[in-house]
Write a protein that binds this ligand. Sequence first.
Ligand code: 13P
Length: 256
Amino acid sequence: MNKTLRQTVIAGNWKMNKTPSEARDLLDGVKKLCGKTKWCDVVVCVPYLDIPLAVRTLKDCRVSVGAQNMHQEASGAFTGEISAEMLRDAGVKYVIIGHSERRQYFGETDALVAKKITRALDCDLRPIICVGETLEQRDMGITLEIVGAQVKAALTAVPEDKARRVIFAYEPVWAIGTGRVATSEQAAEVCGHIRSIVRKQYGARIARGVTVQYGGSMNAENARELLSQADIDGGLIGGASLKPEPFAAIVDASNQ
Ligand code: 13P
């Protein structure tokens, strides 16, 4: 499968880390080390409150700003929530949807994830849709079924003309924040499965163009091997995105 047909996207997910004052140095560092990157798209998905600073700091460079969540409605009486329109207006281009931490701690279901995807696409945000199995599910041998069902549910929200704007992130729950990374064979198998589902739904041409990332304890040491796999087109990086150097090392490792 020809990787040149699709974009490699390396995205940092800062999660609930970095106050606006703390974010300044990290954003400056990312701009310095990744601001001229041409071979892939670099994204930092920052906490909502860091978005204005991130957009200002990164405006003249090639790093884009993403959010980590959004509400599924356009506006209204949803105290404490943030809409896709607000993100777009603030200069955000990407949004993580259905991260396993949101599914686990905030009860997000496949149906809610699908609604958010629809809204994100309508507002011209690129959704980074997270899917992945728990350790129990892997041990039961049902990884492909679980991930396949999550992908199919997500795709119900995606019209064919917008399918290429979607990014999938395969994040095995057992590999997130644990230091236990999937082997490149495990990651490649599931990322290939995700692409095969996209192919069944929209055909080979669209499937060839859809970006599928791996996430889960990706770091400067293991990134090159993971990113060399034919069906892995980038990474969604938690811990290693909280300092500029390891994050930049992963961006460099994607240049292959
Ligand atoms: P870690 O890279 O810290 O394992 O986190 C992965 C992740 O959840 C990115 O969304």
